[in-house]
Design a protein around this ligand. Structure first.
Ligand code: SF4
Length: 456
């Protein structure tokens, strides 16, 4: 009988994708996934240390799984950013922990598991991998039954924003050669994947350090030509590295969806300087204006931090002004939390917790209204939806996303999964839309770059 692995994932899309890669590698040593921790022979916690909250969750998850170790000898491992940062200290602190797997040690996972199984050794692998093997992604060993997939194109970051732990736990920027990425996407498309989301901490600096001369927009051009693939997305972009060539790609490439996630973090140039972000409020807004000019239907989302050290009321007001000016489709906002080892953690003028919380509540309240208004503006429009699966809300409904990345639920059967269908938006909610299928003949797609009229 095969063995089972249970993976609990915290944090960003990169972690989600890393968990998928770990599963694929473990299939090679006869593990299959279980969604129940108590059924597992191996439990992996894929961790995030970007903020305080997810880091705390890791320790409480470890506490929960300790009992399973005692009762049935389950192997327990910690992977991801906390593993990279804490290393051996985690083994010292948690005597029931068997494995610590750093961010660049994923390819070593099957060997590490076998070492624990055969020799009962506790292992810690957190070295950085100069050869770049950690970027290679094993293909699934069985059909995927998935409509969309992440594809890592680069990892790491050279920007060293003063609040961010990523360059320390993910290492320096490193890009995958384009032929590897193209091959992976071609294989995924052959397995039925219709949409890829290209992943990297800063995709805009893709290509740096490669032997071939290639920029991120050039990579997008090559992927856009691929047969069988319908949609391309990417995440995350750094505003300072967003080039005119990339902005132009939104009008030139048919498969590139009209959505960009462009974190601004603060609307105050003074705070942006203290954050070492490398742009000002004005230059950020110039890029936003240019995106809207070139691609009027583009959806914009971003990240923002409130309560960064030294943030005064007038800085926070500038953040609110930026929010109103840009009218983001959605925003991921957080209270600043100091990360050990970063420069900002040593700044002295920390903002009081209560002030941070008040600012976050105000910011999120304003954004909630903007998001709802943006969704309401789509009522009556016909949008192209890529159907992803059954809706969580009802067995009679399926769910999918617009090109602008909005969730739409509508009545329909599972035979629609993987298909592009025209949907008329009937109702708008804060986090999703409700719609109904309309016939292609009657559909006047709101987004003129829709693939529907041309679909096979
Ligand atoms: Fe962190 Fe800044 Fe790099 Fe983004 S660009 S990963 S915030 S250091």
């Amino acid at each position: 009988m095969g063995k089972h692995v249970y993976i609990e994932t915290y944090g960003c899309q990169m972690n989600e994708h890393d968990s998928e890669r770990m599963l694929r590698l473990l299939e090679g040593v006869f593990y299959s996934e279980t969604k129940e921790a108590k059924e597992a022979d191996l439990i992996l916690i894929n961790t995030c240390s970007v903020r305080e909250k997810p880091e705390h969750k890791v320790y409480s998850a470890l506490g929960r799984f300790k009992k399973l170790k005692e009762e049935k000898g389950t192997i327990i491992g910690v992977a991801g950013c906390v593993a990279q940062q804490e290393g051996e200290r985690l083994l010292d602190r948690m005597p029931y922990l068997d494995m610590v797997i750093g961010t660049q040690a994923i390819p070593a996972l099957p060997g590490l598991v076998q070492k624990v199984e055969a020799l009962g050794q506790r292992v810690c692998e957190i070295g950085f991998d100069a050869e770049g093997e950690y970027l290679k992604t094993p293909l699934p060993q069985r059909p995927l039954f998935k409509v969309k997939s992440y594809v890592t194109i680069m990892q790491g970051c050279d920007r060293f924003c003063s609040f961010c732990i990523v360059p320390y736990v993910r290492g320096r920027e490193r890009s995958r050669p384009s032929h590897e990425i193209i091959e992976e996407i071609r294989d995924l498309a052959e397995m039925g994947v219709k949409e890829v989301c290209l992943l990297g901490q800063n995709v805009n600096s893709y290509g740096k350090g490669l032997e071939e001369e290639i920029s991120f927009p050039e990579l997008l051009h090559r992927i856009d030509d691929m047969e069988g693939l319908h949609r391309i997305r990417f995440i995350t972009s750094h505003p300072a590295d967003l080039s005119e060539e990339l902005i132009q790609a939104f009008t030139k490439l048919k498969k590139l969806c009209e959505h960009i996630h462009l974190p601004f973090q603060s609307g105050s140039s003074r705070i942006l300087k203290a954050m070492h972000r490398g742009y000002t409020k004005e230059s950020y807004l110039e890029k936003i204006d240019r995106l809207k000019e070139v691609c009027p239907s583009i959806a914009l989302t971003a990240d923002a931090i409130v309560g960064f050290p030294g943030e005064e009321e007038k800085d926070f007001e500038e953040t609110l002004e930026l929010l109103q000016r840009v009218q983001f489709d959605d925003l991921f906002s957080f209270k600043y939390s100091p990360r050990k080892g970063t420069r900002a953690a040593q700044y002295e003028d920390h903002v009081e917790e209560m002030v941070k919380q008040d600012r976050l509540t105000i910011l999120q309240g304003i954004q909630k209204e903007i998001t709802l208004q943006k969704n309401q503006a789509l009522v009556g429009c016909v949008e192209e939806i890529l159907v992803e699966g059954q809706s969580k809300q009802s067995d009679r409904d399926v769910t999918g996303r617009t090109r602008s990345n909005k969730i739409v639920n509508f009545e329909g059967g599972l035979d629609l999964v993987g298909k592009m269908v025209p949907i008329k938006v009937l109702k708008a909610y804060p986090h999703s839309l409700r719609g109904e299928i309309v016939s292609v003949q009657n559909a006047s797609i709101c987004n003129q770059r829709s693939a529907i009229p041309h679909r096979a």
